[in-house]
Design a protein around this ligand. Structure first.
Ligand SMILES: Nc1nc2c(c(=O)[nH]1)N[C@H]1C(S)=C(S)[C@@H](COP(=O)(O)O)O[C@H]1N2
Ligand SMILES: [Mo]
Length: 368
């Protein structure tokens, strides 16, 4: 039997009222989110950063591993980890967010990794710039895309593949595109792509290829599964759809007070409550965060931490002073960025559940 016969080619949409299934639960236990209380940290502590792996974490021996750079280049390069680590070293604080963040909030629900809102984290990544390596290999004038291939292998909607993503050449040549071997001052952990991964600040998670082993320059657009079939924003399955690229604006709040163990419902006491969280956008700097404490009827500006020019692709802290009065309240938060983009209050559905930056709603009971 071929892989194609074992699997349907199309993404499945849940039936109306269909609960999360065991297959989605299996994905959710492998791929964990960042608990929202961790929004308090500038840099997400080890183990709290979200994880998303399509197939298995591959076994890679860093001693024998090599990075191959080839395709339409003037000279192919092959580099071991130590050779890479002798190159100029830089660190950058960069936020990652999975393009599927918010998927399980869509109605109807696209069946895949059922993220609520936690598929996000900010790390300090250490490595070396990609562009000088591409220049050493020699990029031809008619180059279009650069393809990054990981050491992980699997089958997805019937298509057997190594995880591979193409990136437009201009993005790959950005001075802040990095090949990294370190995370938060320690070696890159297995689940985050050891020994080497790509970091392309501002893009949704799928572009930051982990367990990187091959970089290929193409003189045509890459038509592999993760670009041509997956990561497309489309409503009808027959459309080509728009490719998923940069992170849309989003603000999240760390739910205040204390939770109920089972329902995660929140409780606070009456009086002053500081509501705080983080905001980000991959296209342009965030310039406004607004909070509603009445279910979206009225909005008020939150206080945004000063912009940090050292870390343009990290998240930004914000806070809001709320005076809680007994009864039920619903907290909402939304961010806008300098490009004029903001978060929708009503869902803008697509069939793969991509880039859903619908505003967060947190019901809170104010107890006396
Ligand atoms: N090789 C490889 N790279 C990958 C993936 C993968 O499955 N295989 N998942 C991508 C996706 S969808 C996301 S959201 C990010 C997650 O990175 P993290 O697990 O370090 O948070 O890695 C990306 N890079
Ligand atoms: Mo992702």
């Amino acid at each position: 039997m071929t892989a194609t016969e074992t699997n349907a080619g199309r993404a499945r949409i849940a039936e109306p009222g269909e609960g999360i299934g065991l297959d989605e639960l299996a994905l959710a236990t492998r791929n964990h989110g960042m608990p929202l209380e961790a929004l308090r940290y500038d840099v997400t502590p080890p183990g709290l950063h979200y994880v998303l792996t399509h197939y298995d974490i591959p076994a890679v021996d860093p001693g024998t591993w090599r990075l191959e750079i080839g395709g339409a280049v003037e000279r192919s390069l092959s580099l071991g980890l130590e050779e890479l680590q002798r190159r100029p070293e830089v660190s950058a604080r960069v936020l990652l967010e999975c393009a599927g963040n918010g998927r399980a909030r869509f109605e109807p629900r696209p069946v895949s990794q059922p993220w609520l809102l936690e598929a996000v984290g900010t790390a300090e990544w250490t490595g070396t710039p990609l562009a000088p390596l591409l220049e050493e290999a020699g990029v031809p004038a008619d180059a279009v895309d650069v393809v990054f291939t990981g050491a992980d292998h699997g089958v997805e909607r019937g298509v057997e593949q190594d995880y591979a993503r193409g990136l437009p050449l201009a993005e790959a040549l950005r001075a802040d595109a990095l090949l990294v071997w370190g995370m938060n001052g320690a070696p890159l952990p297995p689940q985050h792509g050891a020994p080497l991964r790509l970091i392309i600040p501002g893009w949704y998670g799928m572009a930051h290829v982990k367990w990187l082993q091959r970089i290929e320059v193409l003189t045509r657009p890459f038509d592999g599964f993760q670009n041509a079939t997956a990561y497309r924003i489309k409503v009808d399955s027959h459309e080509d759809g728009e490719p998923v690229t940069r992170i849309r604006p989003r603000a999240l709040l760390a739910p205040p007070g204390w939770p109920d163990f089972m329902t995660r419902e929140r409780f606070v006491r009456p009086g002053p409550v500081t509501v705080a969280g983080r905001a980000w956008s991959g296209a342009a700097p965030v310039n406004r965060v607004e909070v509603s404490t009445d279910g979206g009827a009225t909005w008020d500006d939150a206080v945004l931490a000063p912009a940090d020019p050292e870390h343009p692709y990290a998240w930004r802290a914000w806070s809001y002073e709320w005076t809680a009065t007994p009864g039920r309240a619903e907290l909402l938060v939304r961010a806008a960025d300098e490009s004029g983009d903001t978060q929708p209050v009503e869902q803008e559905w697509n069939r793969q559940g991509m880039a859903n930056n619908l505003v967060q709603r947190v019901p809170v009971t104010v107890v006396t």
